[in-house]
Design a protein around this ligand. Structure first.
Ligand code: MGD
Ligand code: MGD
Ligand code: MO
Length: 770
């Protein structure tokens, strides 16, 4: 390991920790969760030196309005309120925030930004919690302390000096609570812009647009009770055991009561096998596992829409002899566009459905049979369906299938997207939207006495383009790790570096602090686990889960440092400095968040009587018109869509690559180089491939490969020296980890339907390493 220095291309710093042992590859045969998870958690608590605080915090997580909301994912809390509904990854996520390690001024004095830029992402975050505001000093290339007052004044004076408010962009990562969210969008709009990109632009934008177009509401319609009473659950494109582990409980319970559970995923993920229910101590003690699947289908990447179309076709064929196959009354009374859709399904040949889905006709018919025989069906999905060119059409095809059998607006039935960040859904509800509706803006205008801009703003991709061209000069991020989460890493980093000012409101150090504008601020904030003291006492914030339940989250820990501010207070500080004459009572709002909620109750649809209802034991559910069979669509009905099937089959010699998370990471936060359920230890720079595809390319098992993507505009991007891991994945498909593989995703390759970057269907060639 010596002589290879000068001539080598500069390599991107690794995302994960430097491995302390060689990589290992062993197929995983144990149930999901259970003792493997318990062992992993204990090791993690020890490493983070949180053995005392960790378990105490966990007992306070997700409890009826007395604890804090688990920041791990957006799966709803168990409404029975009886047992401790926790999971391995939620514990890891909370512990990561509660670490005793600190990053203070001494740390920044000791390490220049250029030096830090060479560190791995793991090492950056692993330094611990940020403790005081810092400003970049270009003369010394170090971050140096700055007072909150001066930091706010730097933001304020820079924003005031812009010749056009649209030269600033305000990013949100989905951790932000509702109250801070509301103030943040208010600040942007009072300043005069709708430039409000968010992580949802990379996540579930397609789901929102599809559901809005079909049903007139951009959210799922089911809740956890519906999950408890469905006869069939269809789970598409989600790695639940890692990314929504509390879903395992719902799956195991469904299996016990005899429900059908169909998983649709190019990979057979751990949640599609067996689980030991995480909180069931008896099951844990007895090693008793439960099946979590009755049928697994492995379509090709992007093949879901063809599968769904095939299921509809089968249902329609079946209806010729089985009058109960279709819910004709529902179709007649509540939908529009059925005849056109029926004709389209009939005209789509089975050969095309097989070719595009990568499944046999028998498999498609089997899925359709399960669907036809269930009285109540839920279809649930995540990124495997949304991060595609045709994500919107695919989610609309889910709705088509549900409508055929009236699986909407009744118990145990309906669409159920699994959202990502714990409050990403609440962010949108509370105004983070670069394309706000006029109704929303009218109410905001009335409730807050501002004149919001009407022109649509920039989303994530649009912001990166505008930073690059110089149209955006100021970039403010409420949380997240924009540099690494966004596509086309070098391009995005270049875009950030062209800004005049970048501001990161964060809990931990990350890549977006060392890739910054000409001037840069790091503003450290309280985490969700921490007590938020304001003038009128300890404050709570609210969040909304995947199933539209809004409830309070109250921190209980002493803050990581005495110099942290809450996110609402940071927004208010920036806003007052940028808008000295504003008649919005920024300081008054921060004294007591009930005051923010009173304004939100006036401004936001569904938030009437907010302060009272959010304090009900389980909070409240935002009303869902579609659930009541009220469709706010142009026809006033649920609308079938009739989109042509896209061609998703890779061209000869190429593969479709999906980028995804390992078990041991939270988006850009990497906990280790392991991916337990996929049998990987100590390696992240790998690509899962079908062995036949490897043979065809002369790639040995665990051989080194170079991967090159070709963008829509013909440009190419590469990663080199990855390890090819033979895996049970359909031919023509490959998979590997984000954020390392974001360098392969061209910024211009976003869906024309959703504007979402195409992160699950990257066109690549893979060959032995040069
Ligand atoms: N522990 C943990 N929890 C998390 C996160 C985390 O990073 N760590 N991230 C959070 C966030 S922000 C989000 S958005 C969610 C993400 O949750 P997921 O959607 O589970 O995220 P990914 O890891 O991207 O996994 C996508 C899954 O889709 C499958 N897939 C890929 N392409 C296709 C396809 O064409 N069709 C089908 N049917 N499946 C496909 C992959 O095999 C994989 O199982 O999780 C949230 N929860
Ligand atoms: N190739 C590829 N790229 C992807 C994806 C993919 O599947 N493939 N998935 C996309 C998706 S779904 C998403 S959601 C994005 C994620 O994009 P982001 O939300 O931007 O990224 P995260 O990694 O979740 O952000 C982690 C950082 O958040 C900060 N943080 C943590 N807690 C708090 C808090 O309480 N307050 C504040 N202010 N900051 C906090 C910490 O500093 C931490 O370093 O990535 C997207 N990128
Ligand atoms: Mo996400």
């Amino acid at each position: 390991m010596s002589a290879n220095t000068d001539e080598q291309e500069p390599r991107e710093p690794a995302a994960g920790p430097a491995p302390d042992a060689p990589p290992e590859f062993h197929p995983y045969h144990h149930p999901a969760a259970g003792w493997g998870a318990a062992k992993s958690v204990t090791g993690f608590l020890v490493r983070e030196r949180a053995l005392v605080d960790g378990p105490r915090a966990i007992m306070r997580m997700n409890h009826e309005n007395t604890g804090f909301d688990c920041p791990g994912c957006a799966w709803p809390d168990d409404t029975k309120g009886l047992h401790l509904d926790i999971c391995e990854n939620g514990i890891k996520h909370v512990t990561w925030e509660m670490t005793r390690k600190r990053v203070g001024r001494e740390f920044f004095a000791a390490h220049s930004v250029t030096e830090l830029a060479g560190w791995s992402d793991y090492d950056l975050e692993n330094q611990g919690r940020l403790t005081e505001p810092m400003v970049y000093d270009p003369d010394t290339d170090h971050y140096v302390p700055i007072t909150w007052k001066d930091a706010f004044e730097l933001v304020g004076s820079t924003l005031r000096a812009l010749d056009d408010p649209n030269r600033a962009s305000y990013y949100t990562s989905g951790r932000l609570g509702n109250e801070a969210t509301f103030l943040y969008q208010l600040m942007a709009r009072e300043l005069g812009t709708n430039n409000l990109p968010d992580c949802s632009n990379m996540c579930h934008e397609a789901s929102g647009r599809a559901l809005q177009a079909s049903l007139g509401t951009g959210k799922g319609t089911v809740d956890l009770q519906d999950w408890d009473s469905a006869d069939a659950l269809f789970i598409l494109g989600v790695n639940a055991a890692s990314n929504a582990p509390r879903m395992l409980t719902a799956l195991a319970e469904a299996y016990h009561r005899g429900a059908q559970i169909v998983h649709v995923n190019p990979l057979v993920e751990a949640a599609a096998t067996r689980t030991i229910v995480p909180h069931d101590f008896m099951d844990m003690a007895l090693f008793k596992s439960t099946r979590t699947s009755t049928l697994n289908l492995q379509p090709r990447i992007g093949g879901d829409m063809a599968l769904l179309r095939g299921m509809s076709k089968a249902i329609l064929e079946r209806s010729a002899s089985d009058p109960k196959a279709l819910d004709r009354e529902f179709i007649e009374r509540h939908t529009a566009g059925f005849e056109e859709y029926r004709a389209l399904c009939e005209a789509t040949p089975w050969e095309e459905i097989e070719h595009q889905s990568g499944l046999s006709r028998a498999d498609v018919l089997e899925a359709a049979r399960v669907y036809a025989e269930a009285d109540r069906s839920i279809v649930s999905w995540c990124l495997g369906l949304t991060q595609h060119e045709h994500g919107v059409d695919t989610v609309r095809e889910i709705v088509n299938l549900l409508l055929l059998r009236g699986n909407l607006g009744r118990e145990g039935a309906g669409p159920s997207p699994v959202r990502g960040h714990s409050n990403v859904q609440g962010n949108r509800t509370c105004g983070i939207d670069h394309r706000p509706t006029d109704e929303f803006l009218d109410r905001l205008e009335q409730a807050c006495g501002i004149e919001p801009p009407r022109e649509h703003g920039l989303d994530t991709v649009g912001t990166i383009k505008a930073m690059h061209s110089g149209d955006i000069e100021v970039f403010i991020a409420m949380g997240g790790n924009f540099a690494l989460a966004a596509p086309d890493t070098p391009y995005t980093c270049d875009a950030l570096r062209r800004c005049d000012l970048t501001v990161q409101v964060s809990t931990k150090l990350n890549r977006s602090h060392v890739v910054h504008g000409r001037r840069a601020l790091i503003l450290p904030c309280l985490g969700r686990t921490e007590k938020d003291h304001q003038r009128r006492g300890v404050q709570s914030t609210s969040v909304e889960d995947s199933m539209s339940m809004v409830h309070l989250s109250v921190g209980m820990k002493r803050p990581a440092s005495g110099d942290l501010l809450s996110e609402p207070a940071i927004v208010a500080g920036m806003a007052r400095a940028a808008l000295p004459d504003s008649s919005t009572p920024w300081e008054w709002y921060i004294e007591d968040y009930d005051r923010i909620r009173d304004t939100m109750a006036q401004a936001l649809d569904g938030f009437e009587d907010f302060n009272r209802r959010v304090r009900l034991p389980l909070g409240f559910r935002i009303k869902q018109p579609a659930r009541e069979l009220v469709f706010l669509t142009p026809t006033g009905r649920a609308e079938f869509s009739s989109a042509a099937l896209p061609d998703v089959v890779p061209a000869p010699g190429t593969l479709a690559l999906g980028t995804m998370r390992s078990h041991d990471q939270w988006n850009t936060t990497i906990y280790s180089d392991n991916d337990r359920y996929r049998g990987i230890k100590n390696l992240r720079t790998l690509v899962f491939m079908n062995r036949a595809d490897m043979r065809e390319r002369g790639i040995a098992d665990l051989g080194h490969v170079d991967i090159t993507s070709t963008a829509k505009d013909g440009s190419t991007r590469s990663v080199k020296g990855y390890v090819a891991v033979p895996y049970d994945i359909p031919r023509g498909c490959a998979a590997g980890y984000m954020p390392e593989m974001n360098v392969l995703c061209a910024l211009g390759d976003y869906s024309t339907q959703s504007d979402q970057p195409i992160m699950k269907h990257v066109k690549v060639t893979i060959g032995p390493a040069a």
